[in-house]
Structures are given as C-alpha cells and as structure tokens.
Design a protein. Structure first.
Length: 435
C-alpha cells in the first residue's frame, strides 16, 4: 500500500485533535484514503507542555517548522498555527516546495487568500480549508461541489459560536452582555480577549471566504460592513421578544440587482424562524440556490474534535489523490468568475429596521419622530411606547417596513438632533420582517 507523509504545524487544541483522531481511527482513515497515513513530523514552539490524551514521547516532535517545510518526504502540511504570521510564510513555503496544504486559518484566508490561492495554482498543488468556516459542518465542500450546478442567491447564518452563546444566554435568562461574556470566558466559550468574536470580525472573516466561493468574487475584508454584539442590550432583547423576534449575529451575503451584499451585524429574525432556535455555541447557515432551493446546515462551529474532523476530511481527500496519482485541479481553488458580482455599498441595502428612541415623554414628540421618518421615505409597521412620568426620557420602539440604509441613517441623524431626544437611537436591522 502507498503511504502519504504528513507534517503538522501547531499542536494546540485542534492539532491535538488531529493526532487523537489518527491514533484512534487509523484503520478507518487509511481504508478511506486507500493508503498508509504517516505523521512524519509535529512542529510546535512548546514540545514539553502536556496535551491531554496524548503521549508526546511517541510523537515526532520538533520546534523547527522549517525542518518540516524543507523535508522532501513530507507531502501534506496541516497548518494550525493560527494568526497571520508566521502562518502565511509557512504556507507559502510549503506551496513553493510543492506540498499540499490544509488549513483552518480563516483570518489568514480572509486577509491573504488571493495570494495563497494563486501560489497554489501556480505550483499545481491543493490548498484546502474546510475547517476555516463553521467548524465541523461540511459547508465549504457543499458550496464547491454539492451545489456546483446552482447559481447561489444567498448565504446567511450564525457562524460564530461565542456570540450565539452570549445572545442565547441573554435571551433565555434576561442577563446583560457583560455578565454573560464573563461567564462565557469562565467556561472557555470566549477568549480572554474576545474582541474578534464579539466585535464581529471573526464572522466577517468567514463571510469573506463564503462570498468568494458562493459568488465567485473577492471582496476586501474592510469593505464588509461589520458590527458586533457589544451594544445589544437586555432591553432590546426583551422588546424583540415582545414583537415576536429574536436577535442573532448574522453573516449575510445576497445577490441583489446585479451585485452582492456582504454584511455582519446583529439582526432581528422572526421567533418562528429555524435560525431563532439555534442556541448555545452552535452554528447554522442557510444557502439558497436557484435549482436546489433552500438548504440549512447546522452543527458545532468550533471545538477540538469537530474542527479536527473537518481538517481530516481535506487531508483524506488529498491523500487519496496522491496515492492514486490524481493531480490537483486549479479549478478547485477559489477564483473570480467571468461574471463576478460587484460588492453593493452598505448604504444601498434594503431591509426592515428596529429603532429605539429615548425621547422626552411630552405631547407631540412621537408625531415629530414619525414625521422625520416619513420625510425620509420610511414607513412604520408597529410602535411600542412605554410612558412614565411626564418629562422623563422613555423608550419609543418602532419596527419599520423595508427601507434603504441611506434613508434610515439620514433619519436617525435628524431624530438624534431633536431637543426631546435624550441619547443616540438604537438601530437593529430586521430580516424576514414586514416588507
């Protein structure tokens, strides 16, 4: 039987999962690959720290990633270092040496994907990244292969488990953001520095990758409108419930009027929507194709074993090809299509809006607010006004019909300038609401 030699860069949480799966399921993996799988080297900056469930003395450990990259016998490199550097340099060196690469590094692909795909194409090798989006959910393969006969109309969903855990907990228990975030950190669901997650950037990284596959167009990360969940309050979650909605952080890409929207932000969705029922650290993504219709992908979007499972799916596919002499195909790498859709500016987006205005409880204030909205072509679907003692600032909550982002922003600027307005208006976009 042929053998394929693998080099692993990074023995962190997911790297340890890679080794555990190989050690516990070697016979199954080798049967499915049609070859022997040899873990030829494991590189990490720390070769002494214990890894739960692993006997490091049995592993071919090294602190020198360069030795792995320069070893001509290593055919596949699994990059699990994370971050932009030295991961980018490692992958470029591996590709230049004619090695196939598997990575879970969504940030690197979002920032430098075009460069890496071009290098893999030039060297005639594979760069695979199933684990970069939605953990163990086979989403990348579905877009690349399962839906190849479709023109994708939309891709949207929950792609960050940390944010979904926080929002689910806030919704279920009525807790404030800061309280839930501390609990998520204590339980290991959030990083010590959670900025990438709760600020929305992790979701934007993943959305950029999905857009490149679904719409065959490359968008700059900086051009994806990105908002996190740090300003979502328990008060707004309760109003959403009263209105029949739930708040989720969604990554949204849609083909609209000859272009593609790409945005990440807290979103109100109907409580009856399947997405509204996705709780805890789980991910769920909806894809709509013109032939297949609506599909939903649901599962664990992170974690040691789900992510390692996705890495192995790529690794086995590459090993199978090596063992049977099937060359890498440039067509499998993301590329801009001949009819690539341009990115639509955020100001042109149309959707529904939830607005919470904190205004003085005086006669005529509501009519002035609604007048501003009307002057900007924004119609109101429903209003909740909670009155207190005259003269105090009270919340005026409104749901709009579909409106244009530019018009809503102009209206809020005018509303926030009113003397009766006590603080900046809260805005949350609505999907699946009144049209």
């Amino acid at each position: 039987m042929n053998e394929v030699r693998i080099g692993l860069l990074g023995l962190g949480t997911v790297g340890a999962g890679i080794v555990k799966i190989l050690e516990s399921r070697r016979a199954l993996l080798e049967e499915r690959a049609g070859c022997r799988l040899i873990l030829a080297a494991v590189a990490d900056v720390d070769v002494t720290r214990p890894r739960e469930g692993l006997d490091l003395a049995r592993l071919p450990m090294t602190t020198d990633a360069g030795r792995v990259l320069a070893d001509p016998a290593v055919q596949v490199v699994i990059e699990l270092v994370g971050g932009l550097e030295p991961a980018r340099t490692f992958i470029l060196k591996a590709l230049a040496a004619g090695k196939h690469v598997v990575t879970a590094n969504k940030a690197l692909l979002a920032h430098h994907g075009v460069e890496l795909y071009d290098e893999a194409r030039r060297r005639g090798v594979t760069l695979a990244f199933e684990a970069a989006v939605a953990g163990g959910i086979p989403l990348i393969r579905a877009l690349k292969e399962g839906l190849a006969a479709n023109r994708i109309l939309s891709v949207f969903g929950i792609v960050n488990g940390t944010c979904n855990y926080v929002l689910s907990k806030m919704t279920d228990e009525g807790l404030d953001f800061s309280v839930v975030l501390k609990e998520a950190q204590a339980r290991g669901y959030a990083e010590t520095d959670p900025t990438l997650d709760v600020g929305g950037m992790d979701s934007a990284h993943k959305l950029q990758i999905l857009v490149s596959l679904a719409f065959r167009t490359f968008v700059e990360l900086k051009d994806i409108h990105t908002e996190g969940i740090t300003r979502v309050s328990a008060q707004d979650i309760e109003y959403a419930r009263e209105l029949g909605y739930r708040i989720k952080l969604l990554a949204i890409a849609k083909a609209v009027d000859g272009g593609v929207e790409a945005r990440v932000h807290p979103t109100m969705i109907p409580a009856a929507s399947p997405l509204a029922a996705v709780g805890g650290v789980f991910n769920a993504v909806f894809i709509t194709g013109d032939a297949v219709g609506d599909l939903m992908f649901y599962g664990r979007g992170a974690g040691q074993m789900p992510t390692a499972s996705a890495v192995w799916s790529d690794t086995l596919e590459i090993a199978r090809r090596i063992a049977h002499g099937v060359p890498a195909l440039a067509l499998e790498l993301p590329s801009a299509g001949t009819a690539a859709l341009p990115l639509r500016p955020m100001e042109t987006v149309r959707c529904g809006y939830y607005l919470r205005v904190m205004a003085q409880d005086r006669p005529g204030v509501l009519s002035r607010i609604t007048g501003v909205l009307g002057n900007n072509d924004i119609s109101i679907a429903s209003v909740i006004q909670k009155g207190r003692a005259t003269g105090e600032a009270v919340p005026v909550v409104m749901m709009t019909h579909e409106a244009r982002e530019r018009d809503v922003r102009a209206a809020l600027t005018a509303i926030d300038r009113l003397r009766e307005t006590a603080m900046p208006t809260t805005l949350i976009r609505v999907e699946g609401g009144p049209e």
